[in-house]
Design a binder for this molecule. Sequence first.
Ligand SMILES: *Cc1c(COP(=O)(O)O)cnc(C)c1O
Length: 429
Amino acid sequence: MSDRKQGFDTLQIHAGAAPDASTGARQVPIYQSTAFVFKDADHAARLFNLQEVGFIYSRLTNPTVMALAERITHLEGGVGGICCSSGHAAQIMALFPLMMPGNNIIASTRLYGGTYTQFTHTIKRFGWSCKFVDFDDLDAVRAAVDDDTRAIFCESIANPGGYITDLDAIGAIANDVGLPLIVDNTSATPYLCRPIEHGATLIVHSTTKYLTGNGTVTGGAIVDSGQFDWSASGKFPSLSEPEPAYHGLNFHEALGGMAFTFHSIAVGLRDLGMTMNPQGAHYTLMGIETLSLRMKKHVENAEKVAKWLEGDNRIESVTYAGLPSSPYYDRKDRICPNGAGALFTVAVKGGYDACVKLVDSLEMFSHVANLGDARSLIIHSASTTHRQLTDEQREAAGALPNVVRLSIGIEDADDIIADLDQALTKATA
Ligand SMILES: *Cc1c(COP(=O)(O)O)cnc(C)c1O
């Protein structure tokens, strides 16, 4: 084939997968095998020395999982990637090669609730910490960086929606201070936003959501831009100095732009074991083939539903960056040219009671703690995921008692609106 660059719709079907060399199978087979036979002792030695890429044991690499990692890497425009058992696993795995006890990260205050908890409490067990900053306050982001900071972290379209991070501005700061920018691109997917083009070094995904697209399996992924110089500052010894956990290999020297990817496999997956299984990878490979088609419809529906809700007198407000009334509407064209996603929050007149009645009255929407499904989903955070928080914490997280979060599916927009209409009538009666 010529070396012309293939388009997104082609890559989402073909990247990372050729017909199976031994059987001719057209789809990517589910390689349900724990181990892979070495050709001979020399082959085994070369694999363990990372002199040759191949398969050893499925905690590290597996052909089905590798096909998915390659496909996501191509869609994001990176050089290497790995898959993990969940989005949360991907976040820990992304930080693992960068951090030592005593190090910190700077993260946006606008984050998925689970990520907020992971960064507030759980990473402290590793001796890491996180400083949360309003990423619209660029001076504050810059001022938060200290000698122990090792990464800057944000979401492209921040869950629960309505907010788009100015990745260009944050990417420029990361570049100035010589730190990698890690972007969680779950809510946008590479179809709506390509963070590497805005300065991201690493991208993390919960493949559980839109990449799989049908609410079947949990999974995660990390993609490396290959553009960060891990040796320049001396702050990333796992990558730029002899790694004691891998017989003294200097990953950056030996593997260049693939240093992060190989370290994540050879040390990260080997020792943390947050591995995606081949069956899970299969479901996500099936889903990803239609990613662009689904995202187009998700966005089209979300724009229609958000506009209808905004004009309805039972609603107080809608926060969706795809609405011209949003303060982030202009950012959308620059950061997410194909649309602002399908996730947003709605403030309902009648407060907590009306919201509870709304979720109980909906017939097609499902009341679940998930997003990015083909089905339309709703959650009332104040009575569920954010129940344990104080009023103050709920307000900071945008989980006020009168707010519901919608994840708009790819059903007929008229049916989505009709369901909301009948349920709002009951909720505000
Ligand atoms: C769901 C989600 C996660 C966590 O992913 P899991 O696959 O549930 O572990 C992280 N970030 C965002 C934006 C998410 O929506």
